[in-house]
Write a protein that binds this ligand. Structure first.
Ligand code: ACO
Ligand SMILES: O=CC(=O)O
Ligand code: MG
Length: 556
């Protein structure tokens, strides 16, 4: 380890979360993760890059102000030279990431990790982000679980069912792991530096990278990441700079890290070449993060009346603005030699109702067929029960490991990316009730530390639930008239419906419905400004900062 890490001062650093020495499953504990050297490493990254992160977040608000004043988004003039140069390509990705037909995703919970590793997928995204509520315990034990899983040290038995969980490595291909840290907007208030909370992205990336990069490389793998929720190509450049410093510190060659960027905000869809260019040494492609993309589109265009979207279930991947974003992503990726990954159908298997289950699987199949025919190189599943459906579609229509060789020449103009005109789109009582139910129930679960839950047979996470939150806000703000009842949607009316929903659900002991409802209502009535993310509003309720711990008690 180069000397600089050891001279990083921790004088202004406080750790305000318990660092347990209790093992969950094997001998590793949070004390093995938040060691003194690992802390110095993340502090070094934070100190070097946090001011840029904060500036880039501020820039997002400048874009919002311009959109609010009626300006449009554009392909950037200053980066035309990158877009117009046909000669550059991304470095080839890692051989283990060449074939990514089906990727399973899920939070870094021990059972989910083992089940995911035992699914016959090519790749597995373990998620500190959309599907994970960032309690200090979830975050630290998430790192412990990954540390142990990578080293094949997880083995436990569920005492109530007697089921044993162990990663099966016998003669089978074990999925390649990709880690998704939290987005740039998030902080973790359990570590402060000069009184400011640490960047959550840097903490998640840094702890994982510090402990596992060299071990993964020794196994013929590598430190692979998914990068979420960026809004500008300079945010990708920030990741690239962090990767360079991180690799230099651990004396790992630059370019070893491979990262796939989720294209899941409206502004960044105008800058795809630029994102790949910024990360070209480290890129393993782009992914259509469709749920956050929908959320971002509603959020960024929220003050423009001509972009109000209809019921969430009508905003499918075949509506114009979503189709155009997919085209733009696939065309750009393949031109630059990078994977164009598909996204998540929110359907999950329905137990005890074979007919409803068949309908859900058919919807997944249709969605995966659209993806493979459009040119995607792989797709996501939220549940092992969807593997055979997704894989059979990709194997039939993409017998090769990927289809990078397919070059598209679709023309996607600036206005096509905001073509929110949805034929026969309607706002109905059913859509309104569904948004209230999902928003409320998801936020309530999140407050109890669950970041991904099944609601009405759909997978709901911090991206899908945001669509519901933003639709409620935008429908109230613009006082839209429902197509079925003719009733105007107002904040008073929606608050009344929220209260009715809470009254129905509130009986479960220890529930958090009151907090979730208040958070929703405060935004709808204008008592509080619309938050950028629901996690911004709710994080203070799940953060558990303690008195500063004595850093001398950390392991070296
Ligand atoms: C928009 C986006 O960002 S998408 C990416 C983020 N979202 C996700 O990753 C979603 C991940 N999926 C999930 O969290 C879960 O599938 C849920 C919460 C939706 C449903 O979970 P459950 O209610 O447990 O489903 P169910 O009871 O049908 O699960 C059956 C088994 O499959 C396992 N399982 C379900 N989903 C997964 C998964 N994604 N990875 C691994 N195992 C899984 C369960 O652990 C369970 O195992 P068990 O039989 O050993 O107990
Ligand atoms: O992260 C994925 C998404 O759809 O959002
Ligand atoms: Mg997302």
């Amino acid at each position: 380890m180069p000397a600089e890490i050891f001279v990083t001062s921790l004088d202004d650093v406080q750790v305000l979360g318990e660092i347990s020495d209790k093992p969950l499953l094997s001998e590793s504990t949070p004390k093995d993760i938040l060691t003194l050297d690992a802390l110095k490493f993340v502090v070094l990254l934070h100190k070097t890059f946090n001011s840029t992160r904060k500036q880039l977040l501020k820039n997002r608000q400048d874009v919002q102000k311009k959109l609010d004043s009626g300006e449009s988004l554009h392909f950037l003039k200053e980066t035309e030279y990158i877009r117009n140069d046909p000669n550059w390509k991304c470095n080839p990705t890692h051989p283990k990431l060449m074939c990514r037909k089906v990727e399973i995703t899920g939070p870094p919970d021990a059972k989910m990790i083992i089940n995911a590793f035992n699914t016959d997928v090519h790749t597995y995204m373990t998620d500190f982000e959309d599907s994970c509520a960032p309690t200090w315990s979830n975050m630290l034990y998430g790192q412990v679980n990954l540390f142990d899983a990578i080293r094949d040290k997880i083995d436990f038995t569920n005492e109530s069912t007697g089921k044993r969980y162990k990663i099966n490595k016998d003669g089978r291909r074990v999925p390649v792991m990709i880690v998704r840290p939290r987005g740039w907007h998030m902080v973790d208030s359990h570590i402060t530096i000069s009184g400011e909370p640490i960047s959550a992205s840097i903490l998640d990336f840094g702890l994982f990278f510090y402990h596992n990069a060299k071990y993964l490389i020794s196994q013929g793998l590598g430190p692979f990441f998914y990068l979420p929720k960026m809004e500008h190509w300079k945010e990708a450049r920030l990741w690239n700079d962090i990767f360079c410093v991180a690799q230099d510190c651990l004396e790992i060659p630059r370019g070893t890290i491979k990262a796939t960027v989720l294209i899941e905000t409206l502004p960044i869809s105008y800058q795809l070449d630029e994102v790949l260019y910024a990360l070209r040494e480290h890129s393993s492609g782009l992914n259509c993060g469709r749920w956050d993309y929908m959320f971002s589109t509603i959020k960024r265009l929220r003050n423009q009346k001509d972009h109000i979207l209809p019921d969430r279930q009508q905003v499918t991947m075949t509506v114009p603005f979503m189709t155009n974003y997919v085209k733009q992503l696939i065309k750009t990726c393949h031109k630059r030699g990078a994977h164009a990954m598909g996204g998540m159908a929110a359907f999950i298997p329905i137990k005890n109702d074979p007919n409803a289950n068949a309908i859900a699987l058919e919807a997944v199949k249709k969605d995966k067929l659209r993806e493979v025919l459009a040119g995607h190189d792989g797709t996501w599943i939220a549940h092992p029960g969807l593997l055979s459906t997704a894989l059979s579609v990709f194997e039939e229509h993409m017998p090769t490991p990927n289809q990078l060789f397919i070059q598209k020449d679709d023309i996607v103009t600036e206005s096509m990316l905001v073509d929110t005109n949805i034929k026969d789109g309607e706002i109905t009582m059913r859509g309104l009730s569904a948004n209230i139910f999902i928003g409320l129930n998801y936020m309530e679960s999140w407050l109890r530390g669950l970041g991904c839950v099944p609601i009405n047979h759909l997978m709901e996470d911090a991206a899908t639930a945001e669509v519901s939150r933003l639709q409620l806000w935008s429908w109230c703000k613009h006082q839209v008239k429902m197509n079925d009842s003719g009733k105007i949607i107002t904040a008073d009316y929606v608050c009344q419906l929220i209260d009715e929903e809470v009254a129905k659900s509130n009986s479960k002991p220890g529930n958090k419905y009151e907090i979730a409802a208040q958070a929703l209502k405060d935004e709808l009535t204008g008592k509080k400004p619309l938050a950028e993310f629901l996690t911004d509003i709710l994080y203070p309720y799940i953060a558990t900062p303690s008195n500063p711990i004595d850093l001398a008690t950390l392991k070296q």
